[in-house]
Design a protein around this ligand. Structure first.
Ligand code: ATP
Ligand code: MG
Length: 563
């Protein structure tokens, strides 16, 4: 896609609204809505829809409603309703007024169903689901009219009332619109308006045993709320003629218009609530907000920021054709934000003890380091330096044959700089019975804090460290992609087959500097040389620090993109 195409495509909804405003439509009002079905947690695809709907309302000084599309009684739960509200707010948006519920319009829908029956535009149909599907035909074969289509208005009114009163079993009959069984658009072949469902509903209890279909509800919800631009994803394009038919045939207070954009699909990622629910139900992950999940709450725990998600949604544009976005682009947006805003700190993931033999055992020298290298306003942090320190095991070797270029860390008999502290030399290795190195004795070069070492002393590089007595132990969870396959749910195999078996690794005994131990849950850090991390909002406490790895330092997408 060329740049110019991308720009114009990404703006098509803005352009429509601008044109409508210029033409004086809707009395200059712009009103959108975000209409989740409360049958799961929101995921990255929903984040896109939220940014589009709330974003357009914001941009044009309009309003955006949060509306729960709760027409389906059995799969929906209060837990989801609460989580959805929390996620929308966390992303940085606020809906207009109270959250709305499709179920609060059930009385009005019922009245409108009666209206259609009275006008001869709806009928009660007793065909079984199987028969109805056979009568419906298929794309290239016109359907046949139901034998119940000719029922009189009186009979339909009476049967529909009985449906409502619970006098029929589930599946015994449905209410259908009387439109056109020969229409090339399958959605217009006498679509279902109401089904019998003898289920309790989380908002309306046992008041109803008939429930409106998505099609009969959605457009009318938009009309009741006087939505001006009803934005949905492309799979609803073929429903648009039906959306408009209802508005033409019902005494609705407004006639919103529907516009469709392409769903967001990400490689290596599953974005279907049904499939995500399976991961939760089968305990493949630790709940909807497991940091590996592409849910908004999962990404939040992982360390994503609302700004990074909004930036990503902006970067990918709003298009009319389906495509698959590289997850590297999401990670790019995240790194950019964290690089700019995350505090720097030191964390040793695989500790190896260093004893500085020429530093007193009870002495503490407090070093200072900036919280962020180019944001002075964030201040500085204190790094207590003590005789016993931890460095990472991978930062030490006895192998003196490694070139300076290859190994810019600590080598036995040579020098390295400890970040924001002294230059040290590794003098001696201590082993346990098994031969494993358990300690390295080292000596510091005096007067090298913030100063170059004397002539002839050449540190190989700079490594990070944490004081044993002043640092704090932490549990760090390292995450990798949940799926090892680029398109986990697009092949022949069940998507579960493509799970990455190594998506979680837990390191129980890492060490962090004091500034990390003191930080609040959800604080994000760049641990120097290791990547970006976030203090877990639930599992971390004063007792046990639990830290999630958000993402590594290196960007894969930029390199690919600029190649
Ligand atoms: P799922 O397939 O995950 O169940 P859904 O579309 O059924 O998703 P809804 O709760 O009905 O989920 O979605 C609420 C809104 O979010 C809808 O307007 C829908 O079009 C939009 N949406 C859902 N998934 C995506 C996506 N991947 N990209 C963009 N918008 C999405
Ligand atoms: Mg849906």
């Amino acid at each position: 896609m060329s740049n110019s195409e991308q720009t114009s495509a990404s703006n098509f909804l803005q352009q429509i609204i601008r044109d409508d405003l210029a033409a004086g439509l809707n009395d200059g009002r712009v009103q959108t809505r975000f209409p989740p079905e409360p049958n799961g947690y929101l995921h990255i695809g929903h984040a896109k829809s939220i940014c589009v709907n709330f974003g357009l309302a914001q941009q044009f000084g309009g309003q955006c409603n949060l509306r729960f599309d709760d027409t389906n009684p059995e799969k929906e739960e209060q837990e989801y309703i609460d989580a959805i509200q929390e996620d929308v707010r966390w992303l940085g948006f606020e809906w207009s007024g109270e959250p709305r519920f499709a179920s609060s319009y059930f009385d009005q829908f019922y009245e409108w169903a009666l209206h259609l029956i009275r006008e001869g535009k709806a009928y009660v149909c007793d065909l079984s689901a199987e028969q109805a599907s056979e009568y419906r035909g298929w794309a290239t074969k016109p359907g046949r009219e139901s034998p119940y289509r000719g029922r009189s208005v009186e009979e339909n009114l009476s049967l529909f009332e009985k449906m409502r009163a619970g006098e029929f079993d589930e599946g015994a009959c449905v209410l259908r619109a009387n439109i056109d069984m020969a229409s090339p658009n399958m959605n217009l072949r006498d679509p279902i308006l109401y089904r019998i469902r003898k289920e309790s509903h989380h908002q309306t209890g046992d008041k109803w045993c008939i429930y409106p279909s998505y099609d009969f509800a959605h457009g009318q919800e938009d009309a009741i709320e006087r939505v001006t631009h009803s934005i949905c994803t492309l799979e609803f394009q073929d429903h648009r003629p039906l959306y408009e038919w209802f508005h033409e045939n019902l005494p609705v207070p407004a006639t919103p218009k529907q516009y469709e954009f392409a769903r967001l699909n990400l490689n290596y990622t599953v974005t279907s609530k049904r499939k995500l629910k399976r991961l939760v139900d089968d305990a493949v992950v630790d709940g909807w907000d497991d940091p590996r999940m592409p849910t908004i709450s999962g990404m939040r725990r992982r360390g994503y920021t609302p700004a990074a998600l909004r930036k990503f949604c902006d970067m990918i544009g709003t298009n009319r054709s389906d495509g698959i976005v590289d997850v590297g682009m999401l990670e790019f947006a995240l790194r950019e934000d964290l690089n700019e805003n995350a505090a720097r700190a030191m964390c040793v993931l695989n500790p190896l003890k260093i004893v500085i033999t020429n530093f007193e055992a009870d002495e503490v020298e407090v070093m200072k380091a900036p919280v962020h290298p180019n944001r002075e306003e964030l201040g500085s942090r204190e790094l207590p330096f003590t005789r016993e320190l931890y460095i990472d095991r991978s930062d030490f070797t006895e192998d003196t044959s490694l070139s300076r270029k290859k190994f810019k860390r600590l080598v036995l008999g040579e020098y390295v700089r400890l970040r924001s502290a002294y230059v040290i030399r590794a003098d001696e290795v201590i082993r346990d019975d098994t031969g494993e190195i358990v300690e390295v004795k080292a000596s510091l070069v005096p007067d090298t804090v913030g100063e170059n070492p004397p002539e002839g002393i050449r540190p190989r590089g700079v490594i990070h460290w944490v004081s044993v007595s002043r640092g704090k132990q932490a549990k760090v969870r390292l995450y990798d992609r949940l799926f090892a396959h680029e398109a986990p749910d697009r092949g022949e195999q069940d998507f579960i087959e493509h799970l990455n078996p190594d998506s979680l690794q837990v390191l129980d005994a890492c060490w962090v500097e004091p500034s990390v131990a003191e930080a609040a849950p959800e604080t994000r850090f760049q641990f120097e040389r290791e990547g970006y991390f976030c203090i877990d909002r639930y599992d971390s406490s004063g007792e046990t620090l639990v830290i999630n790895k958000t993402i590594g330092l290196k960007d894969t997408w930029v390199r690919k993109g600029s190649a």
